[in-house]
Design a protein around this ligand. Sequence first.
Ligand code: HEM
Length: 309
Amino acid sequence: MRSQDVTLPPGNHALFLVLGLNRPDDIEPVKGVCGELPAIVRSLRGRFPNDEVSCVFGFGSSAWDHLFPKRKKPRELVTFVEIKGEKHTAPSTPGDLFFHVRSTRADLAYEVAAQVSSILGDSVFSIDEVTGFRYLDGRAIIGFVDGTENPDHAEDRERFAVIGANEPDFAGGSYAFVQKYLHDWKAWQSTETPEQERAVGRRKYDDRELPEELKPESAHNVVTNIKGDTGEELKIVRANMPFALTSKGEYGTYFIGYSSTFETTKRMLENMFVGDPPGNSDRLLDFSTAHTGTLFFIPSVELLEELAE
Ligand code: HEM
């Protein structure tokens, strides 16, 4: 089974679309997207071969129930349950259809979104749309390089992001979890660099990891570093993008994590928002508020074809 483009790097421009279904049982417009999207992307790739056009498409839990009542459901596809810690909350917000469009060019990302929108017409309404950009040398808007500890080798990216033997009926699929964060810009800007570095766990200028003895237990890269039963590190494939509306004072991070099992992402979230032990929440959250939180299932290429029929 072939996966959609869930293992690609974040890219230069990204569009994140979260849509709601106006007529949840009307499968025709969705079938249209399942059938036409691969051709839309293929055409743009052919015409603009150097511009890395891609689009990942997936479904939220209740959309799956309505659209495909007779089909088996991916095991972990549920409505995300809010995670509430002492200080911070990861909210759960709705979403039926999800599109993650990437390209080196903003206009080509737009082109994919525009064509998808023309297929879906009035069958959907907008829940959220975020335009993300690559910032400098791949930094999050908070000024730190983002993505360094992502799995590097193609095989690892595949293993951590794409469903395999763990759920054979949905092999080639993936779980995508998204969160839109806004940062407390004044507070972050007035925090000295060494303190910011202790929040992230890495140096700002050259992206080097802080030595263990200087890394607080609440550093972002400590709480999100988790291990499996055998002691191996468990990873997800992140493709976060910065976004901003400077005149409104909005500075944000659109978090997206692809995983072969949502369990891994969920454990990271619990460590960030609740803490392990409880109370040791992520220091980065003192400067960042999650405004959305939605889980989607991303079907394999073959399953998308099937859903179009
Ligand atoms: C405000 C939102 C976020 C920002 C700005 C952010 C930024 C960063 C930065 C700058 C790093 C260090 C470089 C790197 O290894 O990528 C990092 C690491 C990491 N982040 Fe985030 N992140 C955010 C949210 C999240 C969330 C919600 C998760 C998981 C659910 C997550 C998972 C990770 C992981 C697994 C690492 C690597 C940890 C390691 O060193 O092993 N991040 N993040």
